[in-house]
Design a protein around this ligand. Structure first.
Ligand SMILES: [Mg+2]
Length: 243
């Protein structure tokens, strides 16, 4: 556990940034997020300063990230590393697994009987949100555990007030490693900022490659070496190196 603030971003770093809870405050539902108006310009300025080596690493889809951050256009990994828009503009995206339609049907039927429980369809994966119905947490967990155990190729990934069912094999760490094998990320000191359990694989990936993590939010056990209190503090930290 740590609460040490990171040094200002250096131009020779490769920056990997989670979005919800890291750059932007978490909202009651994913679509209710309020993007700070200055964020696209902040990201574009960062990208210039870091030679293009700035990427978003999110649980959102790449398409959703593009809309959210427009007009800024950055390389991005979506769906926790399942899909990746590389620095050359090529999209790496696997085919949906065969069990996806059945999973969607089961989750939607479950949520329809529980006000406040929301199913987010991410294309390749499905997320069951209970932020608006916290009393349903154990029911949601039981369903997600059961579906993950009976649907070939899927794994359960818990997050903040959400259970996500997604194809196994990729995570934020594998996405960061893929970026670091390519220009303009290759050879730079990797730094990853994130806020959630699903970001720990990213923290481990950058630490294993000579870099470090920055955990956003309340201090808690983490593989990140540094911490910042909030998305606003994270944006101020990013801006502190771009002047
Ligand atoms: Mg997050």
């Amino acid at each position: 556990m740590t609460a040490i603030a990171p040094p200002p971003p250096q131009a020779d770093w490769a920056l990997f940034l989670d979005v919800d809870g890291t750059l932007i405050d978490i909202a009651p539902t994913p679509s209710a997020i309020r993007r700070p108006p200055e964020l696209p310009a902040l990201l574009e300025g960062l990208s210039r300063r870091h030679g293009g080596a700035v990427a978003l690493i999110s649980g959102r889809s790449v398409d959703n990230l593009r809309q959210l951050m427009a007009p800024a256009r950055l390389p991005a990994a979506g769906l926790h590393g399942l899909e990746r828009l590389d620095a050359g503009g090529r999209l790496h995206r696997p085919r949906p697994l065969p069990g996806l339609d059945t999973l969607r049907r089961d989750l939607v039927a479950f949520a329809a009987r529980r006000p406040g429980v929301v199913v987010e369809d991410k294309g390749l994966s499905l997320a069951l949100h209970y932020r608006l119905a916290p009393a349903c947490e154990e029911e949601c967990r039981a369903l997600a555990v059961a579906l993950a155990a009976t649907t070939p190729g899927f794994q359960l990934v818990p997050g903040k007030m959400v259970f996500e069912l997604r194809p196994a094999g990729a995570d934020k760490g594998t996405a960061i490693a893929a970026f670091l094998a390519e220009a303009p990320f290759r050879g730079r000191i990797p730094v990853f900022a994130g806020d959630d359990l699903t970001d720990e694989s990213g923290f481990a990936a950058v630490a294993a490659r000579g870099g470090f993590g920055v955990r956003i939010g309340l201090p808690q056990p983490s593989a990140a070496a540094y911490a910042l209190a909030s998305p606003a503090a994270c944006r101020a930290w990013l801006a502190s190196g771009s002047g």
